[in-house]
Design a protein around this ligand. Structure first.
Ligand code: IYR
Length: 223
């Protein structure tokens, strides 16, 4: 390996028994996560969102350029603007742009063009992927594995919000260019998703379809 500065690789000392128990406990926690489409307007402490973003910012990523930006929205006016623009795109999607196959795939989820949760939920985290910028965010330096990096960051963010006892939804209106304008982000940043976070509304439900996860023997092969 070429010469470079290093630090010791440190992990807590555990027994294999502890490691197995911790992995299974984490799995059990994560398996109770469900996408939520009905949010209460109950306030959520900003510190939870800050912790989730710091967790996201710890994600493995290309060349440690950390190619992400999170525009955090609690302003009712900006939430309203996002809802209106998203619903306009969604109407075009549901009323013509989406293929029949796509609409068939979505039908067990019961989704439609109405997105009231974009105003009801206390926090919208608009996730931007920086195609360029490097560590200095100069808008020019090439970034690497951008979508992969930001996707992993979103996973860690969602896991943290779930661990905090909050409901989340990864919302992906398509196309999403309007988010760049509303959040005042530059052209080299690509809006990737909105992570909606808050408490579920009273009586919120989840589609039965969403609960069925492929078993281990289907999602893995071992050599
Ligand atoms: N963006 C639309 C459609 C949608 C697409 C997929 I793939 C989903 O898993 C869920 C929804 C919407 O938010 O309704």
């Amino acid at each position: 390996m070429r010469d470079h500065d290093t630090l010791p690789y440190a992990l807590p000392p555990l027994s294999d028994e502890d490691r197995v128990a911790r992995a299974q406990a984490m799995r059990d926690t994560l398996k109770t996560r469900r996408s939520c489409r009905y949010f209460a307007d109950t306030a959520v402490p900003r510190e939870i969102i800050e912790a989730a973003l710091e967790a996201a910012g710890s994600a493995p990523n290309g060349a440690n350029h950390q190619p992400w930006h999170f525009a955090v929205v609690s302003s009712p006016e900006i939430k309203r603007a996002i809802r209106h623009a998203a619903e306009e795109e969604e109407r075009a999607f549901y009323e013509g742009k989406a293929s029949g196959d796509w609409l068939d795939a979505l039908s067990p989820l019961g989704t439609d063009a109405d997105k009231p949760f974009l105003e009801t939920a206390p926090w919208l985290i608009v996730v931007f992927a920086q195609r360029k910028g490097g560590i200095a965010e100069d808008g020019k330096t090439q970034n690497y594995y951008v979508t992969e990096s930001v996707g992993i960051a979103c996973g860690l963010m969602i896991a943290t919000l779930h661990e905090a006892g909050l409901a989340t939804l990864t919302h992906t209106p398509s196309p999403m260019g309007f988010l760049r304008q509303i959040c005042g982000r530059p052209d080299h940043e690509k809006p990737l998703m909105i992570v909606v976070a808050g408490h579920p509304a009273e009586g919120a439900t989840v589609p039965v379809h969403a609960v069925h996860k492929k078993p281990l023997d289907q999602i893995s092969s071992w050599f």
